[in-house]
Design a protein around this ligand. Sequence first.
Ligand SMILES: Cc1cc2nc3c(=O)[nH]c(=O)nc-3n(C[C@H](O)[C@H](O)[C@H](O)COP(=O)(O)O)c2cc1C
Length: 338
Amino acid sequence: MSSHNPWRLSVAPMLDWTDRHCRFFHRLLTRQTRLYTEMVTTGALLHGDKPRHLDFNRGHEHPVALQLGGSEPADLAASAKLAEQWGYDEVNLNCGCPSERVQRGAFGACLMAEPELVADGIKAMRDAVSIPVTIKHRIGIDRIESYDFVRDFVGRIAEAGCEVFIVHARNAWLQGLSPKENREIPPLRYELVHQLKREFPRLIIVLNGGVKDDDEIEEQLRHVDGVMVGRQAYHEPWQMVDWDRRFFGQPDPADSREQVEALWLDYLSRLHAEGRAWPQAMRHALGLWNGQAGSRRWRQVWSDHKLKGLAPAEVAAIATRARSEVLEQLAEPRPLAA
Ligand SMILES: Cc1cc2nc3c(=O)[nH]c(=O)nc-3n(C[C@H](O)[C@H](O)[C@H](O)COP(=O)(O)O)c2cc1C
């Protein structure tokens, strides 16, 4: 195990993306990075199909955190208990999601306007479980631009016993922007997150939003305790293969994309043998060969609807052949122009 704090590097919770298949894939690339589930609402958890929302690949995914959406302290406490019973390493409360559906449920980013309610929720969860209870939030909502707003929020939640704050370094505009626009349009203001760390040196402050390459991660780690990466990790997964060595001083988990692909293929084949649809899982791995010759052809084969009835090993053979053909074409000497 690494001696670094457990939040040094993480992959963000992303609805519809970071499901258990995605997390299995990411674990082939990094063993140390903390992984987060998609947000699960307390309603879905308490009244719905618990195994569907909570099951994960136990021997493989740790450290893994469950992210909750909700605001009722009793529901949050009951959900946190389920997370602990199921074996999660952490439960995280979402106070950053701006979607209208979430606002109608009165949770997500609009909770930043109700620090007392959030504090009650955090306290109720902490009383219910012994795993860490953490929070993910924005630096502000709507046009509130002042540092004091986020400082007071963090201060109040820290009083309720929360020690880990994952801060998406932009405001959430609750009206007029889609969730996607809310991840792009409000400006990033990293300096506010750095200021939080200076003001609350004993808290673990994790910076999130717009971080792309490893040098940027390293630069941010000079100011904060941890960095959470979302879209970049999802779209360019191979970037993660250096993270264990570079950021945790641990050996790289894989030497080559071929090695990762072979292990991933075993996983897809197991799903297929159990009669489960492998394309649901494969969509998360389509970026594996990005940046390499033939990657587009490889991705096209794996996303071809006509091949979805085949066994993964058969599709893999076609995809590898397609990629090799591109490599061969590139290697062929071109005829000299007359
Ligand atoms: C498809 C998608 C789904 C997301 N779902 C969630 C979610 O369920 N919970 C959450 O806290 N944030 C969610 N986010 C926001 C990310 O966790 C993260 O805060 C945001 O993408 C900024 O980080 P990045 O620039 O590194 O991607 C989502 C982002 C994306 C792209």
